[in-house]
Design a protein. Structure first.
Length: 537
């Protein structure tokens, strides 16, 4: 019996050796999103994974450009790259798919040992249909744009065109089917469906089919998603939503469309899918129309959830350098029904500190935008010049966190991580973790009490505290001091170990004591991880 079993195992091992793709597929489960008590983890290779991401520029996902991409990605230390797939390239003739570019991108990512998130630039790219294939552009009657309230064409595809939707679906299905066949090792871990879907410059579609839908009763799932109980059966959009009717209608139309594309692709290959949002100002949004209408902005997230259930995550693209706004965005997109993911954030250096704030909000990933050396910069949204100096604050983050990315993802999933970013004019911040209060101060000297902290000259400080046990924490940061207080008694640093994670175990490099702990735990620009045991006396 034992002999039979060992022969079978040997045969299996030989088969796996002969077919490495099979071996990897057997070893590597499909990436998936899991939820526990309203918190999320992205499982990659079966364990929580933190996306230390980078998105390349819009026109950089071509094999010829890769030599300008990899040095920036390497310097940054990203573990995941976000790269577009262009519909115009992917389907040059109707039904004729060209997989060569996507295959090259996947191969390049494998070679460079990073994971890949593909961005499906199709019906909507920043609200417009600029990436649809030429044969569609040449047939505007069949693939129409939207009509605005004034009767003029709007530079956004009509979400009521069945032909456009069927074409997008067919191409997306082809992409997902191809990935399933060619990527058993799951280099591709997620796919973004469209890019900032919605419409600039018009609140909704006023074409005849759109108007017909607008004049029909609001679907029950939209009413219930928005917790509206209409007066009378068959409530219309105006009756149900008043001044928000046009915007909510458009959100429903776009979400339903994107949801149908996503569902068709997912039926082929169930990778986690997300849709990204061009945000509205979270504190003073202004009227619809001053921001992109129809996309997953914070006010219509429930409509998107109801109309596009195949989209796993609704994700904010952050280009607002205001601490209060960024914090509010993170709060709005971290919901019991939505994992927080920051798939784009400005690459201007001052945004690097928000990585820590996002970790404190249990993000599953973070990706500065425009990371390559093609010399294109989206200033003033991003850095004026993209070089190592500009990337350094982001690279520091990733170098610090990379060795413990799995542990951190698990701790976030368990609700044990807190993170802060310095705020202009607020030189001290407080965190609560179990029985401990943790204060983070900025601009104090490393030696001495540091009363009345002045803050850093620029708000570049950030800190991370994760609870390992009642009295044990991981602590890291840049340009700040972290200190612990107990409510009842005086605090003692029982043991402060500097170290790093290797294969899941914390390896101590040295113990901090004396000047290094007498005034609190002081962090400079050097990546340092501390395992801190606190006590009281
Ligand atoms: C957000 C979009 O999603 C990106 O593709 C890019 O256009 C940036 N805005 C601006 O550079």
């Amino acid at each position: 019996m034992a002999g039979v079993r060992s022969r079978t195992l040997r045969a299996l091992a030989l088969a796996l050796l002969a077919f490495p793709a099979v071996a990897q597929a057997v070893d590597r489960p499909l990436p998936r999103l899991v939820r526990k008590e309203g918190r999320y983890a992205l499982l990659v290779d079966g364990a929580p994974f933190l996306i230390l991401g980078a998105q390349i520029n819009n026109s950089s996902a071509w094999p010829a450009v890769m030599p300008q991409v990899w040095p920036a990605i390497k310097y940054l230390g990203a573990n995941t790259v976000e790269m577009p797939v262009y519909w115009e390239q992917f389907e040059p003739q109707p039904g004729d798919f060209d997989y060569s570019v996507v295959d090259a991108l996947v191969a390049q990512c494998r070679k460079n040992d990073v994971r890949l998130i593909l961005l499906w630039f199709a019906t909507w790219k920043n609200g417009s249909p600029h990436y649809v294939p030429l044969w569609m552009k040449q047939d505007p009657a069949r693939f129409p744009r939207m009509v605005g309230a004034n009767g003029r064409a709007v530079d956004s595809a009509s979400p009521f065109s069945r032909d456009t939707l069927e074409a997008d679906k067919r191409a997306f299905v082809a992409l997902m089917r191809h990935l399933k066949k060619t990527d058993p090792q799951h280099t591709v871990i997620m796919v973004q469906v469209e890019n900032e879907a919605g419409t600039w410059g018009a609140v909704r579609d006023f074409s005849a089919p759109a108007q017909k839908a607008f004049d029909s009763p609001v679907p029950a799932e939209v009413l219930s998603a928005m917790s509206v109980r209409p007066r009378g059966a068959n409530a219309g959009w105006k009756q149900a939503f008043g001044k928000d009717a046009d915007e909510y209608f458009h959100a429903w139309a776009v979400a339903r469309y994107v949801g149908e594309v996503a569902a068709a692709g997912k039926a082929e290959y169930p990778l986690p899918l997300y849709a990204n949002a061009a945000l509205r100002d979270p504190l003073s949004p202004g009227p619809a129309g001053s921001y992109e209408s129809g996309g997953p902005t914070d006010n219509v997230l429930p409509i998107w959830k109801a109309a596009a259930p195949a989209i796993d995550v609704l994700a904010p693209d952050i280009y607002m350098d205001d601490h209060a706004k960024v914090e509010r965005i993170l709060e709005l997109y971290r919901r019991p029904d939505n994992a927080l993911l920051v798939p784009e954030i400005s690459n201007a250096p001052q945004y690097a500190r928000y990585f820590f704030l996002a970790l404190g909000h249990e993000t599953i990933g973070f990706a500065p935008f425009g990371i390559d050396y093609t010399r294109y910069v989206n200033f003033p949204l991003g850095a004026k010049k993209l070089d190592e100096e500009a990337l350094a604050p982001f690279a520091m983050n990733y170098r610090l966190v990379a060795p413990m990315m799995r542990e951190l993802a698990q701790l976030g999933f368990d609700g044990k991580v807190r993170g802060v970013a310095e705020k202009n004019g607020t030189p001290a911040q407080a965190l609560e973790l179990g029985a401990w209060k943790v204060t983070v101060t900025y601009g104090v000297p490393q030696f001495g009490f540091g009363n009345n902290p002045p803050g850093n000259a620029d708000p570049i400080g950030r800190a991370l505290v994760a609870q390992l046990a009642d009295n044990q924490f991981l602590v890291a940061g840049f340009h700040c001091r972290v200190d612990f207080q107990s409510a009842s008694r005086q605090r003692e640093y029982v043991r402060v170990e500097e170290g790093t994670y290797e294969s899941g175990a914390f390896k101590v490099v040295r113990i901090w004591n004396g000047d290094q702990t007498d005034w609190g735990l002081n962090f400079t620009s050097t990546p340092q991880i501390l395992r801190v045991t606190v006590g009281t006396y």
